[in-house]
Design a protein around this ligand. Structure first.
Ligand SMILES: [Zn+2]
Length: 292
């Protein structure tokens, strides 16, 4: 699932390639992906892309004041195409293609564009056409962005204070902090040497400062690694840059202990016992409940 660093670099990638181009058409292949009807998606035709932004994990193409807002969800991705002039119309219900954005031909005669694809059967990719991105409910509800200079240690202290949430769940709640999902919350907690099950409100001031440092550094480093990569290379880069997420059974880069996995919410999390939980494996609550 693309998280803040990948969406940030997709935004930069699109900024370089799409700004200044005229939208020829937006073809919605997966009808359920389009969440708005007014203004209609056809209103984007003829408009020029003036900017690309990121809000949490949402991508936002500004087309002369009309915004195409995209959430790639768990299995969505963006694929840039250098020339779509020969592309055939796609019938709904076939394959992973959800939306195709076509631009008018440039001076070189090529008509580039990009495609939003979604693998698997769970269709969650969402596209909105709106005059104001804050009208998208998921954008309106976003907590502070951890890459924004206003996200300070004090911001994080206010967020955790009094919270009864486990820190893993708190970090990936988009209403609390924008842009962090399952992968980077594992990475942040490993960098902060903190148990994912720790209750947020029990963090000391020093731990809040460590966690803040881990959040900002982990995300900045991931953005740096992704910067300049083509959209198609981002997935592999994300995977190779992770130190604990999806690495259960492999040795920890820091201490050599074996990375473990435990169920959490609707998925699983990975962590290093030596670095994060005083060497003790976390109990799998879902499993122990079944065994009772
Ligand atoms: Zn370790």
């Amino acid at each position: 699932m693309p998280e803040l660093p990948e969406v940030e670099s997709l935004a930069e990638f699109l900024e370089e390639r799409a700004v200044g181009r005229t939208v020829l058409a937006v073809d919605v292949v997966a009808v359920q992906a389009l969440k708005t009807f007014d203004p209609p998606v056809t209103a984007l035709g003829g408009l020029t892309v003036t900017g690309v932004a990121r809000h949490g994990k949402f991508l936002d193409l500004d087309c002369d004041g009309l915004h195409l807002v995209v959430h790639l969800a768990r299995a969505g991705w963006l694929r840039w195409r250098d020339d779509l002039s020969g592309a055939k119309p796609v019938r709904p219900g076939k394959g992973p293609l959800a939306v195709r954005v076509r631009f008018a031909p440039g001076d070189d005669g090529l008509a580039p564009g990009f495609e939003l694809t979604e693998a698997g059967t769970q269709k969650r990719l969402a596209v909105y056409v709106t005059r104001d991105p804050r009208e998208v409910p998921g954008v309106a509800a976003l907590g502070p962005d951890p890459l924004d200079p206003s996200f300070t240690v004090d911001t994080l202290r206010r967020i955790v204070s009094g919270s009864r949430m486990q820190i893993k769940g708190l970090l990936r709640d988009q209403k609390v902090v924008a842009g962090i999902g399952n992968a980077y919350s594992d990475e942040v907690l490993h960098a902060a040497r903190m148990s994912p099950f720790k209750i947020a409100g029990t963090l000391t001031d020093a731990q809040v400062a460590d966690l803040h440092e881990a959040v900002v550094t982990t995300l900045r480093e991931a953005v740096e690694r992704a910067r300049g990569l083509a959209a198609k290379d981002l997935k592999a880069e994300k995977k190779s840059g992770l130190r604990v997420h999806n690495r259960a059974g492999q040795p920890c880069d820091v201490c050599g202990d074996t990375i473990r996995e435990v169920s959490f919410s609707d998925s699983s999390l990975q962590y290093c016992p030596t670095c994060q939980t005083g060497g003790k494996p976390l109990a799998d609550r879902r499993l122990s409940r079944l065994l009772k």
